[in-house]
Write a new protein. Structure first.
Length: 211
């Protein structure tokens, strides 16, 4: 059974690269304090010997975030999983296994894509962790490329796509060549979220792991 890993919460150069992506991410960080959206995530593994095409796995659900440092991914299909960052602790709940993994948020996130979306309201602050550069416009989106400065981490490269200044795509590649593309739909920015939106309590009887 396919399970998610927290690493999925990607160097493109071109003389036609646009600076719009850099402007978009700066505006997004500075002006979007919270948001909700539906998402579809496609994880593609490298082609193995004897395979004609890469294997792809698709999941979907609901996403919400509020700065600073709070977000949640509620996966509904094909398996129910919940990832919640409450500002202090990162929770991963697998409903089928009735298992909860609990981690210190600051240690778990580091230079993951989640940090690009929900952590800082300052591009300058994130530039301490990522190297940013504009990427060519594609798919009707403006793009910015973020490369983690910590080279020994799992994430090798992240591309962030914006549609008219709004977050549309997170495209990630890890050190093993696996690619994860998260597409957001129905994005609503600066919405009022309930006080308990990022609160998580392990279900009764769940095994709680602390790696």
């Amino acid at each position: 059974m396919y399970r998610l890993t927290i690493s999925f919460f990607v160097a493109i150069t071109s003389i036609n690269a646009s600076a719009d992506g850099l402007k978009d991410i700066e505006n997004f960080l500075g002006n979007t304090r919270s948001g909700t959206a539906r998402f579809t995530q496609t994880v593609t593994s490298p082609v193995r010997a004897g395979e004609a095409a890469p294997r792809a796995r698709v999941s979907s659900g609901q996403f919400a975030f509020a700065r600073p440092d709070r977000f949640r991914f509620d996966y509904r299909k094909p398996f129910e999983q919940t990832i919640v960052a409450d500002g202090t602790t990162l929770w991963l709940h697998d409903a089928d296994l009735n298992q909860v993994t609990r981690r210190v948020q600051a240690q778990a996130l580091g230079s993951t894509p989640a940090a690009l979306v929900a952590s800082s309201a300052s591009l300058a602050k994130l530039a301490e962790v990522f190297e940013f550069k504009a990427a060519p416009d594609a798919e009707g989106l403006s793009w910015v490329q973020a490369t983690p400065k910590q080279r020994e981490g799992q994430i090798r490269l992240v591309r962030v796509g914006f549609a008219q200044g709004q977050l549309a795509v997170l495209d990630m590649e890890d050190s093993f060549g696996q690619r994860s593309t998260v597409r957001f739909e129905g994005f609503q920015s600066n919405v009022a979220l309930p006080a308990d939106a990022f609160r998580f309590t392990p279900p009764v009887g769940a095994d709680v792991l602390r790696p």
